[in-house]
Design a protein around this ligand. Structure first.
Ligand code: UDX
Length: 474
């Protein structure tokens, strides 16, 4: 099929590339000429595992093209995906200016070129319930008729960053919201090769499809938040959230996934989508109490290590002169995305208290630099970047694990301990990547989320050069 994808951000680029991999002819459009040039030259503008192979193949075999001309992409396209940004506006609502602006442009082009034929316009961006209707109106304003010249479909994406290519190629479900039988058939034809293992293409009305996206992300965010509150309580009663997770995750009604306690969720989707649904509810005169709590609890959770760090390192509530090593900047592993990253919240809080932070992340240093250039840190403490996890820990008064990158899971703990200050160096594990007993045995004063504290074991260093053992020897 011939497909146009308008917007080459994360969702547009992954979708366009994967549609091309499935044998479709895809033209991606963006108003950013620099981006289009780079993509044409074969330079990917995002980091996403597995994408490059498909991107290179699509370009080489000329199934994947890039242009700044909407008209060029639209002319031959049977299906047109709108994968445009919908940033939160000042008041927290999704800003639809890009989506509606492009809908208006498409209406103008289709009205001026009646021989281009019937098009299916697909909302791929996460948009408030009712947006399909508004897109339809924007196109119809050019004298066109839905059902005859075009139809609008809501087709929310459920891609997880880091595994987006897999999620796209083998979706657990495809949600297609449309009241048009013709558009439903086109979409079914397009997606059938992606669900050959038997996963469903779910046809429904536009509003339900739009709501499905918000409901899914809000429920997942609530699930994580619920576990974070259970973890906070576990700490107080001496229970272990890992055991509780195993205990409840075996109930098939609950399921084992998304039950990992930590320093809160981040990313470009959960915070934004929970906020947007909360707002939609308010606009409808409905107070969605759970969502309100999810947002408040998550904000607190992202900062929850701070009082513990302060208590361990300071008598006066300040952290001046202290150095904190930080492992992880991305909002989760396998991405360079730092939007709403808990690590960034911690860095802001720690430097505001006067601490110097030395951070390492395998992918997200550049995105972090760009973020703090745009929105500078305000405190007395400084932020520096290390070349490796070991370098970030070197000389640190405490180490914080903020993102569970696999490479952080099995470090040389003796090396880390010897390089840090203190007899039993402090580790604050915001992602529960280590076993508390292992960390105690390795001589660390180890804090994690929702698990009992195990006192550090005295560690005698072989050559007697380490700082680990003596003071604690009993
Ligand atoms: C999410 C949804 O999963 C996806 O379907 C949607 O369309 C876009 O938003 P993504 O933002 O890429 O995807 O991240 P995801 O892997 O879902 O994780 C979100 C956040 O929750 C991360 O900050 C992660 O660290 C956190 N998380 C996840 C937990 O704290 N605990 C868990 O058990 C799972």
């Amino acid at each position: 099929m011939n497909i146009a994808v308008v917007g080459t951000g994360y969702v547009g680029l992954v979708s366009g590339t994967c549609f091309a991999e499935m044998g479709n002819q895809v033209t991606c459009v963006d108003i950013d000429a620099g981006k289009v040039d780079s993509l044409r030259d074969g330079r990917l503008t995002i980091y996403e595992p597995g994408l490059e192979v498909y991107f290179d193949r699509g370009r080489r075999e000329d199934r994947l093209r890039f242009t700044t001309s909407l008209a060029e992409a639209l002319e031959e396209a049977e299906v047109v995906f709108l994968a445009l940004p919908t940033p939160p506006a000042e008041d927290g609502s999704a800003d639809l200016q890009y989506v509606l602006g492009v809908a208006d442009d498409i209406g103008g082009l289709l009205a001026a070129n009646p021989d281009w034929g019937y098009k299916v316009l697909v909302d791929k961006s996460t948009v408030p319930v009712g947006t399909s209707r508004r897109v339809t109106d924007a196109v119809e304003a050019h004298g066109l008729t839905a059902g005859e010249h075009f139809d609008v479909v809501s087709n929310p994406e459920f891609l997880r960053e880091g595994v987006a290519v897999d999620d796209f190629m083998k979706p657990e479900r495809v949600v297609v919201g449309t009241s048009s039988e013709k558009a439903g058939e086109v979409m079914t034809r397009l997606y059938e090769p992606f669900v050959r293992q038997g996963n469903p293409i779910l046809l429904m009305d536009e509003e339900s499809a739009e709501m499905t996206k918000y409901a899914a992300n809000s429920l997942l965010a609530a699930k994580i938040t619920f576990m974070n509150e259970i973890a906070n309580l576990c700490e107080r009663v001496g229970a272990d959230v890992d055991e509780v997770r195993r205990g409840i995750g075996t109930d098939s009604r609950i399921g084992p996934k998304f039950l990992y306690a930590g320093i809160g969720f981040g990313g470009s989707c959960f915070p934004k989508d929970v906020q947007a649904l909360h707002r939609t509810a308010r606009e409808e005169g409905y107070s969605f109490e759970i969502l309100d709590a999810v947002l408040r609890v998550n904000d607190e959770q992202r900062k929850s290590l701070i009082p513990r760090i302060v208590e361990a390192l300071s008598d006066d509530g300040r952290l001046d002169g202290k150095t904190i090593g930080m492992w992880g900047l991305a909002f989760k592993p396998h991405t360079d995305d730092v939007r709403e990253a808990p690590a960034h919240v911690l860095i802001r809080e720690l430097t505001a208290l006067g601490a110097d932070v030395v951070a390492f992340d395998p992918e997200a240093v550049e995105t972090t630099k760009a973020t703090f250039e745009r929105e500078p840190l305000s405190g007395d403490g400084a932020l520096a970047y290390a070349e490796s996890a070991y370098e970030a820990a070197d000389g640190a008064d405490a180490l914080v694990v903020a993102t569970e990158w696999p490479e952080f899971r099995r470090p040389d703990l003796t090396r880390v301990r010897r390089s840090m200050t203190g007899d039993a160096p402090l580790v604050f594990d915001g992602r529960n990547v280590f076993d508390p007993q292992d960390m105690a045995d390795a001589g660390f004063t180890y804090h994690s989320i929702g698990r009992p504290h195990v006192p550090p074991v005295a560690v005698g260093d072989e050559a007697g050069v380490g700082r680990g053992g003596d003071a604690l020897a009993s």
